[in-house]
Design a binder for this molecule. Structure first.
Ligand SMILES: *[C@@H]1O[C@H](CO)[C@@H](O)[C@H](O)[C@H]1NC(C)=O
Ligand SMILES: *[C@@H]1O[C@H](CO)[C@@H](O)[C@H](O)[C@H]1NC(C)=O
Ligand SMILES: *[C@@H]1O[C@H](CO)[C@@H](O)[C@H](O)[C@H]1NC(C)=O
Ligand SMILES: *[C@@H]1O[C@H](CO)[C@@H](O)[C@H](O)[C@H]1NC(C)=O
Ligand SMILES: *[C@@H]1O[C@H](CO)[C@@H](O)[C@H](O)[C@H]1NC(C)=O
Ligand SMILES: *[C@@H]1O[C@H](CO)[C@@H](O)[C@H](O)[C@H]1NC(C)=O
Length: 544
């Protein structure tokens, strides 16, 4: 709430009068604005903030602009576009400003941004608090003035990512088609739209859809776009936008730009045998142990889809990268998109990974017989038609602990349930069905490929699912933030998704530390202690 201007009496009077007088006009204007997303004229007092280019010709001044605005349930994401080599803003450089009418020169409200993320393909994502009044949001650069706002799109009816696949089709990730899960839909009912500005019918190119299923549409890429150099720019500097429409209906709004192009397939072996894709939110403190351990058993590359973390994940990843772990973080602000995120990751990984495992940060591959991942993968995939290894999971409980274990989760938690949980998969991205359908961690495979169930004595996943209360209780809030089933809601008490026997409040049950404990299992603990304990200090490398 910093920097919020006190409304003077005359300003209030002015606004009230204006609002009353123009209310009819204002409302329809706003509605039109949201429905049609028409382009705004310049704000009357708008001037571009002049930012000095840090490298290169110091006399040149370039413009920073709002490229997209997307409304989420609790925040508004403003994507800022920068000229190359410009210093990025920090949270102290800017304010979120809220306007009542698109061309108003006086902001209705000014608020501090909630968070800034600077890794979105050379863009910055500014998270602004959502306001019911003044839903037209822009960014004010302190001492420089406001940027021209862009029409705000809703997150749940939007084309939001696009990748050019190595077969030259374009894979578009969309919300709002409401297609059946796990089923292939009829591609002839859809159409793909490409262009620099999708609102200008004269300048868009249409193409037909190759496959469509769930929230993924595979489009034929128009030759004019394939052959243009400008289509793919890692900076999304004016790169091509893609969207989709149901034939005969309106084109979905789009923020999806063709910013990735996968390398053409080569016959030679992939660079990495085993990679991991994960999606996480605010779990940086678990990353060290998880990455180092998996590196030790043979994982060579990590793709981390960051679901809006506001912890110190960037620093943690930087530290790990400096120790030669090959980790890439993708900012993945989209919600209710876990399946799509996995498909996106599988595509990214298909360039360089023979196999990809999809696990969470509280899950660890464990090899009870002391083998390496390489051994197991080689043995299990002897038939070249095997393209999915289904690995069983064990769920660990708090194991009698009341405090976060200092030596890490693998050393701390040693008691689990006896039954197996739903398994997780390791797949060959090459063999995925081109629809990229995936459901609870299972991808559909191309015809001719099959899966095998891995014997849990060889390879199993230790899922540290029920950790000490201090950690576990965050699931209550995390769920809320992620808009999956809300654990604080009575309606969801019976949901399969939650721990049994809990109420709707994050209150520690008196016997929490002894729950979920049926079998003592310290196999992974022993391997980790033996491998990682520092001989001099007795500490683990990830210990604080
Ligand atoms: C965008 O990229 C084009 C080349 O593709 C370049 O000429 C232009 O200067 C770039 N614009 C900005 C603002 O960086
Ligand atoms: C705002 O825009 C409307 C229509 O676009 C125009 O009629 C009106 O004069 C504008 N107001 C200001 C203050 O520029
Ligand atoms: C994809 O398009 C590029 C550019 O037009 C072309 O050089 C390449 O051969 C195409 N690849 C395939 C697999 O069709
Ligand atoms: C990320 O967000 C998605 C969509 O809301 C959710 O399904 C998923 O559980 C979240 N993942 C994590 C690790 O929080
Ligand atoms: C990480 O792996 C990718 C291929 O997946 C490779 O291009 C890149 O050079 C690697 N980075 C490091 C630091 O080894
Ligand atoms: C992908 O799956 C669909 C059905 O789910 C099937 O009709 C199609 O043949 C599969 N594609 C390939 C390349 O195997």
């Amino acid at each position: 709430m910093k920097d919020r201007k006190k409304p003077g009496f005359f300003r209030v009077l002015f606004w009230c009068t204006l609002l009353l007088f123009f209310s009819g006009f204002t409302l329809s204007h706003l509605r039109l604005y949201f429905q049609e997303g028409f382009q705004l004229r310049l704000l009357s007092t708008w001037r571009p903030p002049a930012m000095e280019v840090i490298s290169g010709d110091s006399a040149s001044f370039l413009t920073i602009s709002v490229q997209e605005t997307v409304i989420f349930p609790d925040q508004v994401l403003v994507f800022l576009k920068y000229p190359p080599s410009t210093r990025l803003f920090t949270i102290n450089d800017i304010d979120c400003v809220y306007l009542l009418v698109p061309n108003s020169s006086e902001p209705h409200l000014k608020l501090h941004p909630v968070w800034i993320d600077d890794q979105y393909f050379g863009h910055q994502i500014i998270r602004c608090p959502l306001q019911t009044h003044g839903r037209i949001v822009s960014i004010e650069v302190k001492s420089s003035g406001s940027l021209v706002p862009k029409p705000a799109y809703r997150w749940d009816s939007l084309a939001y990512e696009a990748i050019l696949d190595r077969d030259n089709t374009t894979v578009v990730f969309v919300k709002g088609l409401n297609l059946r899960s796990g089923k292939v839909s009829d591609p002839s009912k859809f159409e793909c739209i490409f262009g620099w500005d999708l609102r200008k019918p004269k300048f868009v190119v249409r193409s037909h859809v190759v496959t469509v299923a769930q929230e993924i549409v595979r489009c034929k890429t128009p030759p004019s776009i394939l052959n243009s150099d400008q289509g793919f720019d890692t900076n999304i500097n004016d790169s091509i936008k893609v969207s989709v429409r149901v034939v005969g209906r309106q084109t979905l709004k789009s923020v999806a730009r063709l910013k990735h192009r996968l390398e053409p397939a080569t016959l030679s072996k992939k660079r990495h045998e085993m990679c991991i894709c994960t999606m996480l939110r605010n779990q940086a403190r678990f990353l060290h142990e998880w990455v180092m351990y998996h590196g030790h058993i043979g994982v060579e590359r990590w793709f981390i889809y960051d679901n809006n973390s506001d912890d110190d994940i960037e620093d943690v990843i930087e530290t790990l990268v400096s120790k030669n772990y090959n980790i890439t973080r993708y900012v993945w602000p989209w919600i209710k998109t876990q399946e799509a995120g996995f498909s996106h990751c599988a595509l990214q990984a298909s360039d360089s990974c023979e196999w990809v495992g999809f696990i969470d940060v509280d899950e660890f591959f464990h090899l009870p017989l002391g083998l390496s991942l390489h051994d197991v993968i080689k043995k299990q995939s002897r038939g070249s038609e095997v393209a999915e290894l289904r690995v069983p999971c064990h769920s660990f409980g708090p194991s009698g602990l009341k405090k976060v274990p200092v030596k890490g989760v693998t050393v701390g938690y040693t008691c689990r349930l006896s039954g197996m949980e739903r398994h997780k998969s390791i797949v060959r991205p090459e063999a995925l069905n081109s629809t990229l359908i995936n459901l609870v961690h299972h991808f559909h495979l191309k015809a001719g490929f099959r899966s095998v169930n891995v014997n849990g004595n060889r390879l199993v996943i230790n899922h540290y699912k029920y950790q000490v209360w201090e950690v576990f209780k965050e699931k209550f809030y995390r769920r809320v933030a992620a808009y999956v089933s809300d654990w604080q809601h009575k309606r969801n008490v019976g949901s399969k998704d939650r721990a049994p026997g809990l109420g709707t409040k994050a209150v520690e049950p008196p016997d929490w530390s002894t729950r979920f404990c049926e079998v003592r299992d310290s196999g992974l603990k022993e391997r980790v202690l033996k491998t990682f304990t520092d001989k001099k200090t007795g500490r683990m490398p990830w210990q604080n």
